[in-house]
Write a protein that binds this ligand. Structure first.
Ligand SMILES: Cc1cc2nc3c(=O)[nH]c(=O)nc-3n(C[C@H](O)[C@H](O)[C@H](O)COP(=O)(O)OP(=O)(O)OC[C@H]3O[C@@H](n4cnc5c(N)ncnc54)[C@H](O)[C@@H]3O)c2cc1C
Length: 475
């Protein structure tokens, strides 16, 4: 069958709205969010139901047409961008947006194309919330979030996407629909297959729907900002916060002086919450539902008093109102764009065991700056999850684009080797995609890699689901 015959058959399955080869309609979806990867595709398919996804995958399998699943295209690792061959079909789940809430069971059944923000709003209308959020919430879809096992700023208390998925529906590489949407609190029928699909970046199946857990809406939150002498003090403050605030500890983020200064210089209307100068800053959020809300203010107050008494903080303040709380969070959320605006940088999304993080940051910053003359290394982010974004900033005068191309690979290999030596992961929350596949192949655990290849071979023997992503080939 020629490409034209294949496209005609696909159009018959999906209808006029479900398939396009118009270059103008395809163009926005052929490059990744950060503009690092660009590809070509045979067509953009937009199925409207699980049955249409299944029929399309069956057709693709019969004709060996590779499939690149795509949600909001907000991923950070190029996983949703096809290669340059133009052989693959881009399968967008964005038309599949059905959403049904069961407030009594505190569950949401979402089709894959539901945008995260839409879920937040729908849950809010029922006095509930979905306990996962991130900067790309206006674009990221449930299918993409599941397929990358996304994290965000509330993992500390609620876990990543893995912890939110109660049930899943997915179309497998031969077109079979795997229906495990019904959530069971107890189910010991063997392998947890939904967990195999979560985080598989479209290489094992196309997620078409999921049942997600919801929690009671927050009645109150208290946001604190602390200035600290060192990241080790931040780690000790985290331990103190875990002990004193318990379940109320919703988020714990750290940023070095450099990141705060970058945001203050780059983002209009921002100002530092504290008057003095501090080497490190911590942003702490405590939150409670209606039952626990009355104690929240006192918990925050006593946390600060004991932190001052133990010499863990140099200065600290509590947001006086919701507007100030938002202003504190804006300082955190603006770090990535502010650091990018400063100049070229090579970025890493890494994790090490929480207890090792403070030492790791100190050692890795020193090692990188010693090895690559003129660079500056900074680490910021989710200290409570043992996950920081580790950016290596270029020497003054370096040319954007050229510097990263010439140095990025060597710098990343150096950083990743340090991470692996600390027992960590080269992808904490952004996935592997095409960005880190070779690195995973270079330094991944051989036993884990062999298992991943066996699972891929078993579930997708023709290698039609997102080929070239996530699973490194044999050396
Ligand atoms: C401003 C910003 C901030 C972010 N902050 C965070 C953060 O703090 N923490 C974090 O973890 N992530 C963060 N992200 C990245 C986030 O993980 C992604 O935005 C999201 O998970 C991807 O969803 P998507 O629908 O855009 O998926 P896409 O980008 O379209 O796809 C991502 C991957 O999933 C696959 N895929 C997509 N849909 C499906 C499906 N239905 N079935 C099978 N495979 C599928 C794709 O093939 C690709 O491999 C951020 C992104 C942005 C833009």
């Amino acid at each position: 069958m020629s490409d034209l015959d294949f496209l005609a058959a696909a159009r018959t399955l999906l209808g006029e709205r479900g398939l396009t080869i118009d270059p103008d309609l395809l163009a926005p979806w052929l490059s990744d969010w950060r503009g690092r990867f660009h590809g070509r595709a045979l067509a953009l398919a937009s199925p409207a139901s699980t049955a249409e996804v299944a029929a399309l995958v069956t057709l693709c399998a019969a004709h060996r047409v590779p499939i690149v699943p795509q949600g909001g295209n907000s991923g950070m690792s190029g996983g949703a961008t096809p290669d340059g061959s133009g052989c693959a079909i881009l399968v967008s789940l964005r038309r599949m947006t059905a959403l049904r809430l069961d407030p009594e069971a505190r569950e949401a059944v979402c089709e894959a194309g539901v945008i995260l923000q839409t879920l937040h709003e729908a849950a809010g209308r029922e006095g509930l919330r979905f306990p996962l959020t991130l900067g790309g919430k206006g674009s990221a879809t449930i299918g993409g979030l599941i397929s990358t096992n996304a994290g965000g700023t509330q993992v500390l208390r609620h876990g990543s996407m893995r912890a939110q998925v109660l049930g899943i529906e997915a179309v497998l590489a031969d077109g079979t629909a795997f229906d495990a949407l019904v959530p069971l609190k107890k189910d010991n029928r063997g392998f947890d297959l939904k967990q195999v699909l979560i985080g598989s970046e479209g290489t094992l199946g196309i997620v078409t729907a999921a049942t997600l857990r919801l929690l009671p809406a927050l009645a109150e939150r208290t946001v604190l900002w602390a200035g600290l002498a060192s990241i080790d003090d931040a780690r000790r403050l985290l331990l103190q916060a875990e002990r004193q605030a318990g379940d109320a500890l919703e988020g714990f983020e750290v940023l070095p002086r450099h990141s705060l200064e970058a945001v203050l210089a780059h983002t209009p209307g921002t100002r530092s919450p504290l008057a003095g100068d501090h080497a490190w800053h911590a942003l702490i959020e405590l939150a409670a539902d209606a039952a626990a809300a009355p104690q929240l203010g006192a918990t925050a107050q006593s946390l600060l008093e004991s932190a001052f008494a133990a010499g863990l903080v140099e200065d600290a303040t509590i947001a006086a109102n919701e507007a100030q709380a938002e202003a504190f969070w804006l300082l955190r959320d603006e770090i990535a764009p502010a650091e990018r605006a400063l100049g070229p940088a090579v970025q890493h999304d890494i994790s090490v065991p929480v207890a090792r993080m403070a030492a790791f940051v100190g050692e890795a910053v020193a090692a990188v700056e010693a090895r690559f003359a003129g660079t500056q290394a900074i680490a910021f982010g989710h200290l409570g999850d043992g996950n920081v974004h580790f950016h290596v900033l270029a020497p003054a005068g370096a040319v954007r684009g050229t510097w990263e191309t010439e140095n990025g690979k060597e710098i990343s290999a150096f950083v990743h080797d340090l991470v692996v030596a600390s027992g960590g992961s080269i992808s904490a929350e952004h996935g592997i995609g095409q960005l880190k596949r070779d690195e995973l192949g270079r330094i991944g655990d051989p036993v884990q890699l062999a298992l991943m290849r066996k699972i891929k071979q078993a579930l997708d023997p023709l290698d039609i689901l997102n080929p070239g992503k996530l699973v490194p080939p044999c050396a």
